[in-house]
Write a protein that binds this ligand. Structure first.
Ligand code: PLP
Ligand code: COI
Length: 355
């Protein structure tokens, strides 16, 4: 941390935590007692405070709503057996938020505000962090443009907010995905490499169409040829073909996932062959045909490791090997969970304790 900030704190009169079983709540629907807010105006971040979670008055003319100057992050805190709370690689989320801010002509958040706010908030709401094996506290830092003005230009005022919610599994079952060759998620020169709210809004219609056909998610392909796979839903995509772990190389159309990096780091540490490069859907289906496509999965903060058991492409469904036979992704899922829960040595210094 580069400095400290003054955060005024107004605590909730009575915690709501006893109204919930934090180890057993639907993803993203019940929010913890407090939220952190920092305000930006006159060219600087001015004011930082924690207040009880709740609705706030905002103008319907607010520029985030009309022109999409809205960015967010997704990260998680975990509780170990000693009731200690730790964050998983929070500095990566801090840096990615600011990468998103730059691309969307929004002000970057100083590290002392991001980390200082996060730490204070988690100290207050530590009871909301699930202790179950697969539970965590999902943390949603975001920045919105708050100018009350009609007219397309970068806002002069912003709010940086952190809200949190206890979370279990995002996907309760392995998923079937449809290769999308009509719509695309991201384009070169666009904003696919950052977490801009509009990326998610635009994904909903193609996803809805895929869901109507019985798939849970789409696999996004490149916008120019629709031949190369990029991501699946809100996850980076990985395949095990033969003895090699394959994932699309990062570019300005792919989000640089923190889970992706963690999976690749572990795989390399275990001596596995790893390739980050363009992957065509034909290559994946040829491997399927030859019996060398061993595993397919998506990875992300919310989804953790989501097993892909079926791929739909051009009207045909391709069934993938059963999850029980997938050595790499089940191991990486277990090891990541153990590191996060403080049960396995944190060799890469990924965990940051709240104290
Ligand atoms: N790709 C997209 C589009 C996402 O929204 C996410 C989720 O944050 C990811 C990939 C995975 O990134 P991470 O592992 O940092 O959560
Ligand atoms: C995440 O994995 O953290 C995401 O941002 C995905 C989603 C819930 C939008």
């Amino acid at each position: 941390m580069t400095g400290t900030i003054d955060i005024s704190v107004k605590k909730i009169a009575k915690s709501r935590v006893t109204e919930f079983d934090v180890n057993n709540v639907p993803f993203g629907k019940c929010f913890s007692d407090h939220m952190f807010i920092a305000e930006y105006s006159d060219g600087k971040w001015q004011k930082a405070y924690i207040v009880p979670y709740g609705d706030v008055p905002l103008s319907y003319a607010m520029s985030a709503l009309h022109y999409g100057q809205a960015i967010f992050e997704g990260m998680k805190a975990y509780k170990n057996d000693k009731n200690e709370v730790s964050l998983f690689r929070p500095t990566e989320n801090f840096m990615r938020l600011n990468k998103s801010a730059i691309r969307m002509a929004m002000p970057e958040v100083p590290e002392e505000i991001f980390m200082g706010g996060l730490m204070e908030l988690l100290k207050l709401d530590s009871q909301w962090v699930p202790s179950s094996d697969t539970g965590s506290l999902y943390i949603r830092p975001f920045i919105i443009a708050t100018d009350e003005a009609i007219g397309v230009k970068a806002s002069e005022t912003y709010k940086f907010i952190i809200i949190t919610c206890p979370a279990g599994k995002y996907y309760s079952e392995p998923i079937k995905v449809l290769v999308e060759t009509n719509f695309f998620r991201a384009v070169h020169g666009g904003v696919g490499f950052v977490k801009a709210a509009g990326n998610y809004g635009r994904s909903l219609y193609p996803t809805k169409l895929a869901q109507q056909k019985g798939y849970q998610q789409v696999i996004w392909t490149d916008s120019e040829t629709h031949q190369y796979v990029e991501e699946s839903g809100t996850m980076n995509l990985m395949f095990v073909i033969g003895d090699t772990l394959l994932t699309p190389a990062l570019s300005d159309t792919i989000l640089s996932g923190i889970t992706r990096d963690s999976v690749l780091t572990l795989a390399r540490d275990w001596g596995m062959k790893v390739e980050e490069r363009k992957i065509s859907i034909r290559e994946v289906l040829t491997a399927h045909h030859n019996g060398t496509l061993m595993e397919a999965f998506g990875c992300g903060t919310a989804a953790t490791i989501a097993q892909i058991i079926g791929i739909g492409f051009e009207g045909k469904d391709y069934d993938l090997p059963p999850v029980e036979e997938r050595k790499f992704s089940t191991k990486v899922d277990d090891v990541l969970r153990s590191i996060r829960k403080g049960k396995t040595e944190d060799k890469f210094n990924w965990m940051m304790k709240i104290n």
